[in-house]
Write a protein that binds this ligand. Structure first.
Ligand code: ATP
Ligand code: ZN
Length: 304
C-alpha cells in the first residue's frame, strides 16, 4: 500500500506548535526524520507525502490535551507545558496521562522567580505573603508548598512581566531564556523553579499495530537525529606510533577505525565519530601529535 493510500485512522498524527518558538525546530526535526509534507498558508493539518504521518498545527498549550485525549498519537511540546498540564490533570484526577518519551535538543528555557528592582530577596522565605503573577499556577503552587510558603498566586494568560508595574503583583514567575525581557522590564531573576526544553509525548492508549510500526520507526529516527546533533566525523593520517596519543585527543570517540595507507609504510588513516563538537584547539593538538590531512565532517544521520 502506498503511504498516500493508508486510511486516515491508520495514519499517525503528531501535534506541533502552530506558530511560535517551538515551530521551526519541531518541523526541522520532522524533516530530518525524512518526512516530506506540504503546508498551505494557514493550513491546520499537513499530510505527510512519504510517510503515513500527519502534522497538526495547534497552540502549544493544547498539545498535551490532544495527546491525552488520543486525538493525536504524538506531540512536540515544552517540559514547562507538560509539567503544568500533568499537575493540572492530577489535581482534577484525570487519567491516564500522556507519556513523555524523549527530551529534545531545542526550546530550552527556565521558569524563574523574578523580582522588581528594590525587592529584597534572600531566599524562598522572602516570598511569604506576596502576590506572584504567573501563567504556571500549578508548578508555582507546588514550589511554594515545597518551601512552606503562603503566597497569593495571580494567574495571568500573558504579559506576566508587566504585572508588577501595573500593581497586579509584587513579583512574577515566568519563562526566561536570555533574560533580556526581564531586564527590559526592570526585573531580576532570583530563583529557577524549572529547567525546560522540548520533549516528545505520546498517547497513553495502546496504538494499533500498523501505527505502532511507524511510531517505532519515527522514534528510532528521532533518536538518530538527536544523537548526531553536534557529532563530527574526523578523518586524518598519522604515523602508527602516534595512534595512542591521537586516540586520547579525539573527544568522546571510543574505538577509531585504523586503515593502512598503501605505499606509505608506517602511516595509517584514522576515522572516528566524535559525539561532540571538534574545536580548532583539538585540531592543533592532533597536528602536534603527528596528524596530517585532518578533515572534520558533519554527521547527518546515524542508526545504532
Ligand atoms: P501559543 O500561541 O502556541 O500558545 P505561546 O505564546 O504560548 O504560543 P511561545 O512564546 O512561542 O508560546 O513559546 C512556546 C514554548 O517555547 C514555551 O512554552 C517554552 O517551552 C519554549 N520557550 C523557549 N524559550 C522561551 C522564552 N524565552 N519564553 C517563552 N517560552 C520559551
Ligand atoms: Zn502557549
Amino acid at each position: 500500500m502506498r503511504n498516500a493510500d493508508v486510511p486516515a485512522d491508520m495514519r499517525l498524527k503528531i501535534a506541533v506548535q502552530k506558530s511560535g518558538r517551538l515551530t521551526d525546530s519541531s518541523l526541522d526535526l520532522l524533516s530530518r526524520c525524512g518526512l516530506k509534507y506540504s503546508r498551505g498558508k494557514d493550513q491546520l493539518m499537513c499530510y505527510g507525502e512519504n510517510m503515513p504521518l500527519d502534522v497538526l498545527f495547534v497552540r502549544d498549550d493544547d498539545i498535551p490535551d490532544l495527546v491525552q485525549e488520543d486525538v493525536c498519537d504524538l506531540g512536540l511540546v515544552g517540559l514547562n507545558v507538560i509539567e503544568e498540564k500533568r499537575l493540572a490533570f492530577q489535581a482534577r484526577e484525570v487519567g491516564p496521562l500522556f507519556d513523555t518519551v524523549q527530551l529534545l535538543d531545542f526550546g530550552r528555557c527556565r521558569l524563574c522567580i523574578a523580582v522588581p528592582e528594590g525587592f529584597h530577596y534572600e531566599d524562598a522565605q522572602s516570598l511569604q505573603g506576596k502576590r506572584i503573577a504567573t501563567t504556571y499556577p500549578h508548578i508555582l503552587s507546588r514550589f511554594l508548598k515545597q518551601n512552606g510558603i503562603s503566597a497569593e498566586v495571580v494567574v495571568l494568560s500573558g504579559s506576566v512581566e508587566i504585572a508588577p508595574r501595573l500593581g497586579r503583583a509584587d513579583l512574577i514567575c515566568d519563562l526566561v531564556s536570555t533574560g533580556s525581557t526581564l531586564a527590559a522590564n526592570h526585573l531580576r531573576n532570583v530563583h529557577t523553579v524549572l529547567e525546560s526544553q522540548a520533549a516528545l509525548i505520546r498517547t497513553p492508549m495502546p496504538i494499533p499495530a500498523q501505527k505502532q510500526e511507524w511510531t517505532r520507526r519515527l522514534l528510532m529516527r528521532i533518536d538518530g537525529v538527536e544523537q548526531v546533533k553536534g557529532s563530527k566525523y574526523i578523518m586524518l593520517h598519522a604515523p602508527r606510533s602516534a595512534l595512542a596519543a591521537i586516540a586520547k585527543l579525539l573527544p568522546g570517540s571510543e574505538a577509531p577505525t585504523v586503515i593502512p595507507l598503501e605505499g606509505l609504510g608506517d602511516r595509517v588513516a584514522v576515522h572516528a565519530v566524535c559525539p561532540e563538537n571538534v574545536f580548532w584547539e583539538t585540531l592543533e593538538d592532533l597536528k602536534d601529535a603527528g596528524a596530517t590531512s585532518v578533515l572534520v565532517l558533519p554527521v547527518e544521520k546515524m542508526l545504532a
